[in-house]
Design a protein around this ligand. Sequence first.
Ligand code: ATP
Ligand code: MG
Length: 403
Amino acid sequence: MYDLIIIRYGEMGLKGKNFSKFSQALKDDIRRRLAGLLEFKITSTYGRIFLDLNQPIAELPPEVVRTLQLLPGIASFSPAVTLKPSAEIDKLADIGSKLIESELNEGSLSFKVETNRANKDYPFSSPEVSKKTGGMIYQKINNLLEDKKQKLTVDVHSPDIQVEYDIRDSGIYVFYKRFSGSGGLPLGSAESALLLLSAGIDSPVAGWQMMRRGAQIKALHFHTPPYTGEKALEKVRDLSQKLARYNGSTELYICEITDIQRQIREHCHKDYSITILRRMMLRIATELAKKINAQALVTGDSLGQVASQTITNLRTISSVARLPILRPLLTWDKHDIIGMAKKIGTYEISIRPHQDCCSIFVPENPITKPRPRPTEKTEKALPIEELVQTALDEIEKEIITAK
Ligand code: ATP
Ligand code: MG
């Protein structure tokens, strides 16, 4: 029955002169992500993008709904029926009734009609269209229900179903379902960033939040063989595959830091080992980012979550990076991070057991407020530049595609 999907975008509608760049990015992303799921032609009109379906469908396939709900830049979308710009009012009511019929099951239903008339040539005003079609739908459906105990009622405040008519020069669009999108800005509208991707719950969500604001990510994972095994790497590849669904094919860099961890344990004060390890990670990440043209680093840090995420620790860790460190989850509760991880499909992968590089050699009492000075002092025992260079030389790159 549906021959069109109406897509409403969020913030990019406020972009003024740059609007066409954002709109193009969104259309490109929609084409790329729905390829193979649906056949359509993209058109746009003021405030909306339309997907004209090559073949009418009874319902949106769940995979299409899921994809559009997580596609950065989309505020909401609706499957719709298209009528000619001059369609008669009873044709409008006909389609409205069909949509309501599809929702009729056991109980009674309440409804309301909303009309938006951008095409002022249409012979009736918005309130007139709502009133006339509302009356016809009411009659028609209640005639149908005559022998049953059900009834269709009108409720203008909180109806079960809201039938909407969008009357434009290009056509009249009839719909009642509105799926919410994730908002944000289209992918590729911001510069790319390098995500420090662990095998935990947080960093994949941090990566998704960056994509939601338009930044495509590249990922960097540190591992410590033989202490962290192939299982941990497999998790990171699986996480990257999930992220690639939103990010497009994704560069994953794998960096071995076994020697760095060993040297930290041997030469530095143990209370500072996590802070120093994080500083080494950021130094390596900064150098890699510069090489691969990423403009910022991204982590899944959340304030106060663990000892290495106090403000003092974040300060001491951040001071070595010569690129901005973006922490989209800084103020999120774990509960909310987990909720989002479930939505984007990374949670089940993240909770698979594995040995994390930071849980090896972890001190019993990591210091929660390591100030920069004493950290630098104990860190001086390391050949920092040499360690960074060796790690960089040995980084391996993989291209991960969506699954
Ligand atoms: P969780 O907290 O869910 O166990 P996490 O990924 O947040 O997972 P943390 O120990 O809290 O793990 O690390 C804070 C941040 O440091 C991570 O979000 C990630 O960005 C970065 N990080 C930690 N370990 C690694 C690693 N092995 N490789 C790459 N980045 C890492
Ligand atoms: Mg964390």
